[in-house]
Design a protein around this ligand. Structure first.
Ligand code: ASP
Length: 314
């Protein structure tokens, strides 16, 4: 058994470890852990009290993938529910679709009786107000929200670096691989923006035959490079774990245009190996690792992707 979780997901790790030790299926165990991170008011990149969009609303993204069946479930831009990851899990189990967004996802959540919640808190409201006070002109403040958000979207940045989606990857007692991720995405995002987290193959991917991968950081880059699926495909093509992750890192580092920033790639294999690599590092990225020889999870540090590993210019 093996569990890798981003540091932002630490709150739920003991629960997931307990469930895995008890023989629970991997996906069930990681969904339960992420629910605790979503409910943690002190973690501001996931669930309640996380970063709002340009209108001050929390629009949350989440996804799950079962590596045994390659079934997935994802939700994007969901408002007003406490556990986006549980809604994503229900999409997988109860619909023939793989991804729901916006109002459709909220309708589905209500129909399955998902727990409603006012995710906006004093913290998120204060952070948004401070940002808008510093960003908008007096004229824009007077007319808000009846202004063009295009004029302010260029300043969209996460106020709290390090930023990080909650990502969990695991191998359960039966050897099945699974991923689950949940995030508020970037603070001050344009309303309706989806990051990599609800896009299966970009922010996460699991295939019990070859490996599983999940990303944190600038989702736009992972979307453009199809990072999570790439890592698993490189594994399928026979690359070792470290080489597969480095190859996907090279794909990211080779993106030449657009908004480029940090992406951290987390990956595991059915042989019980793990590797976490930080591309365009800004800071030391931590993650949690547990395997069945350990009583509890340990904090580890990701390796950095060395710039000289980039492909030559073309
Ligand atoms: N990947 C997430 C997104 O772009 C954000 C993060 O991990 O910090 O929505």
């Amino acid at each position: 058994m093996l569990l890798i979780a981003s540091h932002e997901g630490r709150t739920g790790v003991p629960r997931t470890v307990e469930l895995l030790k008890g023989g629970a299926g991997g996906l069930e165990a990681i969904v339960e852990g992420i629910k605790l991170a979503e409910a943690d008011l002190d973690i501001h990149s996931v669930g309640q009290s996380s970063w709002p969009n340009l209108l001050g609303e929390l629009q949350l993204d989440a996804a799950v993938m079962d590596g045994n069946t390659r079934r997935t479930g994802a939700v994007g831009a969901v408002r007003g529910f406490k556990h986006p990851v549980a809604i994503a899990y229900a999409v997988m189990r109860r619909l023939d679709h793989e991804i729901l967004v916006g109002e459709g996802a909220e309708r589905f959540a209500a129909e399955i009786g998902a727990e409603k919640n006012k995710n906006e808190t004093d913290h998120s409201a204060r952070a948004w107000k401070t940002h808008m006070d510093e960003t908008l002109t007096e004229e824009q403040k007077r007319r808000f929200p009846g202004i063009s958000l295009l004029d302010v979207k260029g300043v969209a940045r996460d106020p709290e670096r390090p930023f990080d989606t909650t990502v969990y990857l695991c191998m359960d007692r039966q050897g099945g691989l699974a991923t689950a991720v949940s995030t508020s995405g970037w603070a001050w995002k344009y309303p309706g923006r989806l990051g990599d987290s609800p896009i299966i193959g970009a922010g996460s991917y699991a295939d019990s035959r070859y490996g599983a991968c999940a990303c944190t950081g600038l989702g736009e880059m992972a979307i453009r490079a199809g990072t999570a699926r790439s890592v698993v495909l490189y594994l399928k093509l026979g690359y070792g774990l470290r080489d597969a992750v480095r190859e996907a890192a090279r794909d990211l580092a080779d993106l030449k245009t657009g908004f480029l920033d940090e992406v951290t790639i987390h990956a595991i294999t059915p042989a019980g190996e793990f590797f976490v690599l930080d591309v365009n590092p800004r800071r030391a990225v931590k993650f949690l690792m547990w395997k069945d020889s350990l009583p509890s999870a340990e904090v580890r540090e990701a390796e950095n992707f060395a710039p000289q590993e980039k492909s030559p210019p073309n």
